[in-house]
Ligand binder design. Structure first.
Ligand code: MN
Length: 232
């Protein structure tokens, strides 16, 4: 047997401090997981169960603190927003995972950007349509290297921040997550079968905003790592 066309390459993310790669199965994202961000998007953070959407693994744009990876301004949008997020990388999965067991499945952590065509997402919300065109487009998930848990432990607090052209736009702390990572994994695994290779973007703090061509975005999560991209 042979593939009838050339098979696409397997998506993967660099592992910090080594030549190894973390292979990616799925990319899950949590919506509105910081109260201040939920409020800035016009929602009541106290009354919502966690909800999820996915990006395609080939939407990932590998970057690093010094790489200055190019993020091409995407088509069909005039309002592309940055969302800086802590990302968890799973080594294993399953279904109906108990919160107490959830962190055993985390291989490492990284820093990602959930880039969003906010105008297309807004139109989709209004029409009751899926978010895919707003969220899951080419290069919409810049991500820095994955840092193994053996190096970072499981962070429960730490500044999460994003500067645009040297000016701080987002400045939160992962201790402000409405749904903690164990709770996210428990909820997600009730809906989907999680697997090793899954990435979870855990949500963004307040301060999301539009980017322009030429902007340099630098951000990070204290104790985990940093990311830097340039909008081209
Ligand atoms: Mn997000």
């Amino acid at each position: 047997m042979a593939f009838v066309i050339a098979p696409p390459s397997a998506p993967a993310v660099a592992v910090a401090g080594s030549d190894d790669l973390f292979p990616v199965h799925r990319v899950y994202c949590v919506g509105r997981n910081y109260a201040d961000h939920a409020r800035e998007m016009g929602h009541d953070p106290d009354r919502e169960a966690p909800f999820f959407f996915q990006k395609s693994p080939d939407n990932l744009l590998p970057s690093g603190p010094e790489d200055d990876a190019a993020f091409p301004y995407p088509p069909k949008s005039e309002n592309v927003h940055h969302e800086i997020e802590l990302v968890a990388a799973l080594s294993g999965g399953g279904t109906d995972i108990a919160p107490a067991k959830a962190l055993d499945l985390v291989w490492g952590y990284g820093v990602g950007l959930d880039m969003t065509r906010r105008d297309l997402q807004g139109e989709a919300k209004k029409a009751g349509r899926p978010w895919d065109s707003g969220k899951a487009f080419e290069n919409s998930a810049p991500i820095g290297p994955i840092h193994p848990v053996t190096a970072t432990g499981h962070p429960s607090e730490g500044r999460v921040w994003l500067d645009v052209n040297g000016e701080t736009r987002q400045d939160g702390n992962i201790n402000q997550l409405i749904w903690s990572l164990p709770e996210i994994i428990a909820h997600l695994s009730g809906l989907f079968e999680l697997k090793g290779g899954d990435l979870i973007f855990t949500g963004t703090p307040a301060g999301v905003g539009a980017v322009e061509r030429g902007d340099v975005l630098e951000g990070g999560v204290e104790g985990i790592g940093e990311i830097k991209i340039k909008v081209t």
